[in-house]
Write a protein that binds this ligand. Structure first.
Ligand code: DSN
Length: 457
């Protein structure tokens, strides 16, 4: 009997193909990435690592051919070692890192592992406030990390930029062990140099090393393409990311480090920043995870290979070009944007200020016409987490499908029409009174979307 799950997967494929994905953290993978993910590698256990030291600068062909030394707890690793090693080499090349741990199952796991690698329970960690665009794993009180470490939040200033003065005061008032720059809702490019200077000043005051960490999950693809500054170029010790957002790989996490690469089996008497690659490896496995997902690691390797190609640079440039064009078109139509625009792939709209509607109502209404984005709290939001005043959208996925500046104007036009309907309806229940208008717009979206097939079609 055919499993019902496959009917639902088919329906999801149709939903994705007939709609336009504007959630800035989503993307569409290539056929090759999908194939690696759905491979027999899912059958294999491989706790441990391929070995890192003592390997000369082998070419990819050599890595794929040689028997690699390893530290694994199971036999049968000959192919898995080579695949994981290729993923590591490609990740290091993309991000100019000394070492990469490709095993984190997600961005959340990657962040947890870094805290665990460097901090002791009760240590102070400076990170961005969730309500100002930070991430849950940056110290939201509902998370496990927040129960272990003491997170001190900084926010954004009136202009919408990171409040570096606040960051500096907090770092000088509190004995911090780790300073984290990262976000899931921030449309500007951070000043990594300024943050590095804050770290230096605070480290001198407190008399110990402070880990500088960047969570670049949203913009990793832009960094890989060289069109966004790379925090590792500014003295950051660690960069975490997911692999499925602008980087366009499988769902998963990745940790990039600067420092000496050593054996994760050796006992470490004293933690120091120069051995952070090994501290991180120990913290991922066995510290916080068990068996790596080698089918996902293979898909990461394939995606990193794609990102190393010149065409990825063009793709990344187009993401930002489209985001800027969409931001301008939205502004023309009365939408009020956080920071008045965007410098990356992401746009935040204050829909309450723009049209007197809340973000959830607007998200639901846009869903009805096949435009997908998410309600999002803005700094100082009075609407709460479930009915915030803002929405968040972005261009990585639609750029993958080939949409350009011309289509951004059309999307902004649809968004204006839906905002006006929402204003008239006032509540989610009353949206049903406007079904005919939504149906008409939905047909227009389907007509446009289906002329830009999914890469896996
Ligand atoms: N959930 C992701 C996002 O949408 O930004 C962050 O992990």
């Amino acid at each position: 009997m055919k499993d019902l799950v496959f009917d639902l997967i088919k329906k999801e494929e149709i939903r994705q193909s007939e709609g336009l994905e504007l959630i800035p953290s989503e993307n569409y993978v290539s056929k090759a990435v999908l194939k690696a993910m759905g491979s027999v590698l899912t059958n294999k256990y491989s706790e441990g690592y391929p070995s890192f030291e003592g390997i000369p600068n082998w070419s990819e062909a050599e890595i794929a051919d040689k028997v690699l030394p390893n530290y694994r707890y199971y036999g049968g690793q000959i192919n898995v070692d080579r695949i994981e090693r290729l993923a590591i080499e490609r990740a290091c090349k993309l991000f100019k890192a000394d070492h990469a741990n490709v095993q984190p199952h997600s961005g959340a796991n990657a962040n947890e592992a870094v805290y665990f690698a460097w901090c002791e329970p009760g240590d102070n960690i400076l990170a961005m406030n969730l309500g100002h665009g930070g991430h849950l794993t940056h110290g939201s009180p509902v998370t496990r990390s927040a129960k272990i470490y003491n997170f001190i939040p900084y926010g954004t200033d009136k202009s919408g930029d990171l409040d570096y003065d606040e960051m500096e005061s907090l770092a000088m008032e509190n004995d911090v062990k780790l300073i984290l720059v990262g976000y899931s809702a921030f449309p500007l490019v951070p000043d990594f140099e300024r943050v590095a200077a804050i770290r230096e000043k605070a480290a001198a005051k407190w008399g110990h090393e402070i880990l500088l960490m960047a969570d670049m999950a949203h913009v990793a693809g832009l960094i890989a393409a060289g069109i966004h500054p790379n925090p590792l170029d500014f003295g950051f010790n660690v960069m975490t990311t997911t692999t499925h957002k602008t980087l366009r790989g499988p769902r998963g996490g990745l940790i990039l480090t600067k420092g000496k690469v050593g054996s994760p089996l050796k006992k470490i008497e004293h933690k120091s920043l120069d051995i952070i690659p090994t501290l991180v490896d120990k913290a991922v496995f066995p510290g916080t995870q068990g068996g790596p997902l080698e089918h996902v690691i293979a898909a990461k390797a394939v995606a990193f290979g794609e990102a190393l190609k010149p065409s990825f640079k063009t793709y990344a440039k187009n993401i930002v070009k489209n985001a800027k064009a969409l931001a301008e078109e939205l502004k023309k139509r009365g939408f009020v944007l956080q920071a008045d625009g965007t410098e990356n792939h992401l746009i935040l709209i204050d829909v309450m200020k723009s049209y007197g509607i809340n973000g959830k109502l607007y998200e639901k209404a846009l869903d009805l016409i096949g435009l997908t984005l998410n309600a999002n709290a803005l700094p100082g939001d009075t609407g709460g987490a479930f009915r915030p005043n803002g929405v968040r959208l972005g261009t990585p996925a639609i750029t993958t499908r080939g949409l350009g500046v011309k289509e951004m104007a059309k999307i902004a036009e649809w968004m204006e029409e839906v905002a006006k309907i929402c204003k008239e309806a006032g509540t989610e229940e009353k949206l049903a009174d406007h079904q005919k208008e939504f149906d008409k717009l939905h047909q227009e979206v389907i007509a446009l979307a289906t002329t830009f097939p999914l890469p896996t079609a």
